[in-house]
Structure formats: structure tokens, C-alpha cells
Design a protein around this ligand. Structure first.
Ligand code: PLP
Length: 459
């Protein structure tokens, strides 16, 4: 371990004793001491006391500028006034009905006007959205196989938990990656029904359609691979997928759980000018409450209307989440707010680039919409296997260094990215950049003194 990292971790431990204590208690009753595996890291995760706007405080009272924002689910920032007002109003008129109400068509209208889809159904999480989209695609095509990309994350259902973070030698040839289970309990049948291709490699996709003619129901992807930091699609890649899907009678599903709200007003289809057949939305569309949706054409949705595909859910369209969603679409995810976030994003990105160049750090910055990341690689990564070769301790030095200086630069884990909320300010970005200016020389020094070869990410 780098001595600088050791120092930052002991500073972290001195600053956050109450989190250590709380984690110890949690561990007694909750596996890993957390409610979602992503929240666990060494030596222990920061426990939150409260949050507001662009910041949160931990149990010890330390304040942080928050670019974790619930793994990118809070483009609205914490407690956005418009969302809070809408939610508070709804709290006294029933929090769930299990019956239809008049906010449903209003939010469906908002979504269908913004994204190239004709009908939607609602849910509560990204996992649900991609699970139902995949099922619909299978029903619409009468085929069982799904094509997904190595390293992509689409949630926790069986079809999604395949080749999320596979390793050599299990993952085989990069031109035809082997389907690898994302943990015990995923049935073998899922592996057979999920075929894997390499992001940014159209030939690997074409090959799968040749190998399984008439058997692949859909290509599912995040238009920007965001489970490996930030990996942009090469020019023509998304258009190429559109053509391959159409040519082979398969559906193209954009998993826009992250990109739908955080890339720009019209999500990835507007940003990249490519029209998918289905869109999955969640995270930031709820403004801080659990809300998800999947949408497609009337023709595909007729499978639900005709009772051929089943979709349901007790908490679907609960009025509190729906009120939050409506306020989010109408008052948070506005063109003006996207312009504000773009401005902050340019400032942050440019500031990072200047510092990286000044200290001679080997790495690059990539950003798109509200998202961005410091990528500690000698050259731009184009797929999961490029991402896998990373100096994890160098990244940890970045993360703990920033946290100790009051900036949660992104969620913990080197496969994540920062989010800028509509409530972040120029002053927040200045503070973020000042912290990075302090940390970057430590990173450059550690990188220069590195004696071991760069390893492979185990997460
Ligand atoms: C692209 C993508 N799809 C799906 C999901 C699953 O969403 P949820 O955690 O709400 O189930 C995530 C969550 O990180 C995601 O990033």
C-alpha cells in the first residue's frame, strides 16, 4: 500500500469514529453491515446523519460536498424544494392506494413527450424496469436470448447478473466473451439465455447474431457504459447496434436508468440521436424517491394490454413517488437546469484537466452531462477489459484524499462516476477543485514511485 494512502486512511479513521462504531453495530444484524453490497468498503463506510442541497453530514458532523448523490440517483440534489413541496402535500392525502389516480397519465405524458416512446408502465427500481423490459422483448419476439455487454450492470435479476464483473480465465475470448455468473444463485439457464458481446465492438455483436440466428430477442445496453467509470460509445457504435438489431428482428433496449435524466433533457436518444425500441428509466427521475418506468411502442405494450405479458407491483405509482416524479420532470429536469449543470461540468472538467497536466498525473477526465470521472489510465478505455487493469490503491488514494478534504468526489468504487446536481454551485466546484489540487500531487508522486505492475480490479 502507498504510504500516502495509509496516511489518508488513518486520517479518515480519526475523522469518522462514529461511523466505525455504527458499522460495528450494523454488522451484528446486517450482512456486511450495509443494505446494499455496493455500500460496503474498507475500513468501514461513512454513515450519514443528514443531507441537504449539494451536501451531506456524517455522524461525526463532518460536511461533504456530495457527488455520490446516491450512486447518481439524485440529479435533483438533496431535498430539492420543489420535490419536497410536492411530497409534503401528498403525505396527508394517502401514501399508497393500490388503485389508479390522476397523476399517472400526467407523468406518463411527461415521459412520452421527452423520450421516443408511446406508452409507459411504472415501477420502483432500475432492476424492475430492466427486468420487465427484457421480459417484454422476449414476448414480443418469441425468443429467449438477450445480448448484453461485458461489464454492463442492469440490476439484480437473473438475466442481468451475468458477466457484470467477470475475470480471466472465466471470461474467455474478447471477441466472444463467455457468459459468467454474477454470483451464486443465478441459474445456469440464465447463462444460456444471456449472450455477451464487447462494448464498442460491432463485430462481436454481429458474430452473436450469426451464432444464434433468430434467437436473440434484444440487445440491452447503457448507451454510455457507466459501470467502468465512464466509457463513451465510439462514433457509430450506437447507430451500428440500431442497424444490427433491426436487421435481425431484435429490439434495442436503452437502459437509461442513469443516462435518462443525467445526460440531458431528452436522455441518450436525444444526446446521441439514436432511437431505441425500449427505454428503462429510474434513479434521478424520482427526485429522491423510488420511481422507475419502462416505455416502448403501443404495439409492444399491447402484449400487456392483451394480458399476454404480466406486469404488476403493489407500490407502483404510489402517490408520493409520483408527486416527486412530476415535480422532478417539471421543475428540476428543465432545460435551464441542464444548462446550469453543463456549465458546472465544464468548469470541473477543465479544472481537473489543468491540475492533471500540472502535476504530470497519468490519467484523463471524461464527462457527459452531469456525469464525469477521473480515469487513472494511460489511454482512453473503450471496454470492460481495458477498465479492469487499474491501480486500485491509487484510486483509493484519490477517493480517501478527497473525502478527508470534505469532498465525496464520487461513490466509493472505481467503476463509478461523479454526478453534479442542479443544486451544486460554482462555490462547490471551486471547493472540489481546491481539494483535487491538494490530492493530485500525492497521486502523481505515488504513480511515479510505483514499483509493482498495475493489477486487475477484483470488484
Ligand atoms: C444502468 C443501471 N441499470 C439498472 C440499475 C439498477 O437500478 P436499481 O438499483 O434501482 O435496481 C442500475 C443501478 O445502479 C444502473 O446503474
Amino acid at each position: 500500500m502507498y504510504p500516502e494512502l495509509q496516511k489518508e486512511i488513518s486520517t479518515f479513521e480519526k475523522r469518522t469514529p462514529k461511523s466505525a462504531e455504527a458499522h460495528k453495530k450494523n454488522l451484528k444484524r446486517i450482512p456486511l453491515g450495509v443494505a446494499s453490497n455496493y455500500r460496503a468498503y474498507d475500513p468501514y463506510p461513512i454513515f450519514v446523519k443528514d443531507a441537504s442541497g449539494s451536501k451531506f453530514r456524517d455522524l461525526d458532523g463532518n460536511e461533504y460536498i456530495d457527488h455520490n448523490l446516491t450512486f447518481g440517483a439524485l440529479m435533483a440534489g438533496h431535498c430539492h424544494p420543489a420535490v419536497m413541496k410536492a411530497v409534503e402535500k401528498r403525505l396527508t392525502t394517502g401514501t399508497m392506494y393500490g388503485m389508479p389516480h390522476d397523476m399517472e397519465w400526467e407523468l406518463a405524458e411527461e415521459i412520452c413527450q421527452r423520450f421516443p416512446i408511446e406508452m409507459v408502465r411504472f415501477g420502483n427500481s432500475g432492476t424492475e424496469a430492466t427486468m420487465h423490459a427484457v421480459r417484454l422483448a422476449r414476448a414480443a419476439t418469441g425468443r429467449d436470448k438477450i445480448l448484453k455487454f461485458e461489464g454492463a450492470y442492469h440490476g439484480l435479476h437473473d438475466a442481468a447478473l451475468v458477466s457484470v464483473k467477470p475475470h480471466a480465465p472465466d471470461y474467455g475470448d474478447i471477441n466472444a466473451p463467455t457468459s459468467v455468473t454474477g454470483g451464486l444463485g443465478v441459474p445456469k439457464a440464465s447463462l444460456e439465455n444471456v449472450t455477451i458481446a464487447t462494448f464498442n465492438d460491432l463485430a462481436s455483436v454481429e458474430n452473436r447474431f450469426k451464432q444464434f440466428p433468430g434467437q436473440i430477442a434484444a440487445i440491452i445496453l447503457e448507451p454510455i457504459l457507466m459501470n467502468v467509470g465512464l466509457c463513451m460509445p465510439k462514433p457509430g457504435f450506437l447507430q451500428g447496434l440500431r442497424e444490427i438489431a433491426t436487421k435481425n428482428g431484435a429490439l434495442l433496449i436503452f437502459d437509461e436508468v442513469k443516462t435518462g435524466a443525467k445526460l440531458g433533457w431528452g436522455g441518450a436518444s436525444e444526446y446521441f440521436n439514436v432511437k431505441p425500441d425500449m427505454i428503462c428509466l429510474a434513479k434521478s427521475i424520482g427526485g429522491g424517491l423510488p420511481l422507475a418506468a419502462f416505455g416502448t411502442s403501443k404495439a409492444v405494450m399491447s402484449l400487456i394490454s392483451d394480458h399476454k405479458v404480466f406486469h404488476g407491483g403493489t407500490y407502483n405509482t404510489n402517490p408520493v413517488s409520483m408527486a416527486a416524479g412530476l415535480a422532478t420532470f417539471r421543475e428540476v429536469l428543465t432545460r435551464e437546469n441542464y444548462a446550469h449543470v453543463e456549465k458546472l461540468s465544464s468548469k470541473l472538467t477543465e479544472g481537473y484537466r489543468k491540475t492533471v497536466a500540472k502535476v504530470g498525473l497519468q490519467g484523463y477526465i471524461v464527462s457527459a452531462g452531469a456525469n464525469g470521472a477521473l480515469m487513472l489510465y494511460p489511454k482512453e478505455i473503450v471496454n470492460y477489459r481495458d477498465w479492469e487493469k487499474i491501480d486500485v490503491d491509487l484510486w483509493r488514494l484519490y477517493w480517501f484524499g478527497m473525502v478527508n478534504r470534505g469532498v465525496m468526489a464520487q461513490p466509493y468504487w472505481w467503476d463509478e462516476q461523479w454526478t453534479i446536481s442542479v443544486q451544486h454551485t460554482e462555490a462547490d466546484i471551486d471547493k472540489h477543485l481546491a481539494a483535487f489540487a491538494d490530492v493530485a500531487p500525492l497521486l502523481a508522486k505515488a504513480q511515479q514511485e510505483r514499483t509493482e505492475p498495475v493489477g486487475v480490479a477484483t470488484h
